[in-house]
Design a protein around this ligand. Structure first.
Ligand code: ADP
Ligand code: MG
Length: 616
């Protein structure tokens, strides 16, 4: 009795059931594993059907290579796989599966039916399991490929069944799985049928765009920018949303590494960084990003669901994604795609009649066309009408359009080369006037643009200021009469703690006892702003940002606040100021939103106008 061993090897069905706990969390996990198997089998058509949120049925059929009778019997054994042969293969995995666990695990917690036939075989095989036990194996006539039906998931694991959520929730996860695989493989035709209703029938597509159009609203595609970037042996392609489009959740962020869907925190961080300063707080972009790198650089063998991955060189992966997003966002907006080429216009008005606005519009030559070079040069005209802007007379430039050395004189001397065009939001534009005494209306080469001058001004100021901060070369200006600022005590404490940051940013700020400070110098771009408000707003931004993002994050928050108050206290802009603003904004790297994520520009293409007026 004492000698009877206490340790026993578990019967295989028990072991499988335990393993199922890791692989099969919910019906969507079944869908995921089966679709992945179909893709690994080289299918060009994959059809998915579910019933009752996947509890009753998850079925996946494919036209892939199918299995022989012997292979089919092996496929349901644990650790049986055709995808790797020895331990070294784990270092370079090219398939979605490789652990050989899924079918065994799924089979052990469901009623399982597999039919499969190889191309050219006269007869296929059918295998039926219940709770992992073989019920039936026989010949069957079926088309080449494999179909697997999983019914009554967890029928023999009541504890698990209880944890399933509502049908709606389970369906949400199933659709997510389907969408992910559909995005990863536009070349594969796919369908999804839910409770007998076909929800998606996606034809095999040429490219990601076609797939996106089928899967999402056609409008989404218009709001996406193309991503293409390669560095350090890592390639990033795909699409990301323009900064004016964002959502409250991250549900439209799809990331793939070597074709495998994944969502490592590292890449979420990279996405945030890529959009830093472009989105309002708490809002998220839509992204569809595909990273490709040598298989040895990613470890997918972290968790049975293979959703987690580890990068051998995480820093590189992160940096490449940030760079890819920034690159995608800093070129022309989506509406100026090839689809929006200028149609033939019947009858043009050569000379605009003078427009009566508060702007001195009569001073405008009839056509004010000009082209922009890339930053840092601030562009002026090489229009056929001659230089329209010329160097801005000192003192009339918009605040933030800055100092004498920024004046566009030198740019005027060297007209930009053609390659430099197209990176600004427009190749040429002219100011038509203002609406409501506020919004600026511009005509551009393929339509019109409404510009929010405040948001734009914030962007221009912010870019100029932050460039100075980052380079450690903020232009500061001593005040003739130093000013005292009295702050609420909490703000004062915060400013005191961050005095060195203020100094780095060009503020001559020192304690003056109690919660008072003396300001004797300011960054010159904030000349004319209420100092009291500037310092107060910056102090408050420190509270909002907390310690998030470290010094850099703090400085960005402070700069945003400073730019906001600088613009907020401005009076109405003069025409000259509007003109400089337009030029300066176009030269910004991210001209489409304010630093706080509000849109600066709203584009209406000529095509859109034609459409609205019923012209083809
Ligand atoms: P893994 O995918 O990790 O290899 P699975 O348990 O998912 O493990 O599948 C086991 C094996 O069964 C696979 O390696 C493959 O050879 C075979 N198999 C599974 N599904 C299919 C399918 N749809 N078409 C062809 N072969 C399949
Ligand atoms: Mg598999």
């Amino acid at each position: 009795m004492a000698d009877e061993p206490q340790i026993r090897v578990l019967p295989i069905q028990v072991a499988n059931k335990i393993a199922a706990g890791e692989v099969v969390e919910r019906p969507a996990s079944v869908a995921k594993e089966l679709i992945e198997n179909a893709i690994d089998a080289g299918a060009t058509q994959v059809d998915v059907a579910v019933a009752a949120g996947g509890r009753k049925l998850v079925s996946v059929s494919d036209n892939g290579r199918g299995m022989s009778r012997d292979d089919a019997l092996l496929s349901i054994e644990r650790h049986a796989t055709s995808k790797i042969h020895d331990v070294d293969d784990i270092e370079s995995i090219h398939t979605l599966g490789f652990r050989g666990e899924a079918l065994a695990a799924i089979g052990s917690v469901s009623r399982f039916r597999l039919t499969t036939c190889r191309q050219g075989d006269v007869v296929g095989s059918e295998i039926v399991l219940a709770g992992g036990g073989i019920q039936d194996v026989r010949d069957i006539g079926c088309p080449p490929g494999t179909a697997i039906e999983i019914r009554d998931l967890f029928f023999n694991v009541p504890a698990r069944r209880k944890f399933l959520r509502t049908q709606q929730t389970e369906l949400f996860h199933i659709r997510d799985v389907f969408t992910i695989q559909a995005l990863a493989h536009p070349e594969i035709g796919m369908s999804l049928t839910i409770d007998g209703r076909e929800m998606h029938r996606l034809p095999a597509a040429e490219n990601l765009d076609d797939r996106l159009r089928e899967l999402f609203s056609p409008d989404l595609l218009k709001q996406l920018k193309m991503v293409g970037h390669m560095a350090d042996g890592i390639e990033v392609t795909g699409k990301v949303s323009v900064p004016t489009v964002h959502r409250a959740d991250r549900n439209e962020q799809y990331l793939f590494v070597n074709g495998r869907a994944t969502s490592p925190a590292l890449l979420s961080y990279a996405i945030r960084e890529g959009y830093r300063g472009l989105l309002p707080r708490g809002r998220h972009p839509s992204v569809f990003l595909f990273l490709e790198m040598p298989p040895g650089w990613v470890d997918v063998n972290v968790h049975p669901t293979k959703r987690e991955i580890r990068f051998r060189r995480p820093g590189d992966a992160r940096d490449v994604v940030i760079a890819a997003i920034q690159k995608a966002l800093s070129v022309t907006p989506a509406v100026t795609s090839e689809a929006d080429v200028l149609p033939d216009v019947v009858g043009t008005i050569d000379h605009l009649p003078p427009v009566a606005t508060e702007l001195k519009i009569d001073d405008l030559p009839p056509t004010r066309a000009f082209k922009y070079p890339r930053p840092p040069a601030v562009g002026v005209s090489d229009s056929p009408m001659g230089d329209v802007f010329g160097p801005a007379p000192s003192g009339t430039s918009a605040p933030g359009s800055g100092n004498a050395e920024d004046a566009p004189a030198s740019a005027a001397a060297t007209p930009p080369t053609p390659e430099e065009f197209g990176t600004a939001p427009w190749a040429w534009c002219r100011v038509l006037g203002q609406v409501g005494g506020f919004y600026v209306v511009l005509e551009t080469e393929n339509g019109m643009v409404m510009m929010d001058p405040r948001a734009s001004h914030e962007r221009v100021l912010y870019d100029r200021f932050m460039r100075g901060v980052v380079d450690g070369a903020v232009q500061a200006q001593a005040l003739l009469i130093p000013e005292t600022v009295e702050l609420p005590s909490r703000d004062a404490a915060r400013v005191r703690r961050n005095l060195p940051l203020f100094c780095e940013m060009g503020f001559g700020l020192s304690e003056f006892g109690g919660s008072s400070f003396v300001v004797d110098a300011l960054p010159s771009c904030f000349d004319g702003t209420s100092i009291d408000r500037l310092v107060t707003d910056m102090a408050q931004s420190l509270e909002e940002v907390g310690s998030r993002g470290g010094q850099h994050g703090k400085q960005e928050a402070m700069a945003q606040a400073a730019c906001r108050s600088a613009v907020g206290t401005r009076q109405r802009l003069s025409l000259t100021e509007i003109e400089s603003l337009v030029v300066d904004l176009a030269a910004c790297e991210m001209p489409y939103t304010s630093p706080r994520g509000r849109p600066t520009l709203i584009f209406t293409s000529l095509n859109e106008l034609h459409r609205k007026f019923g012209r083809k």
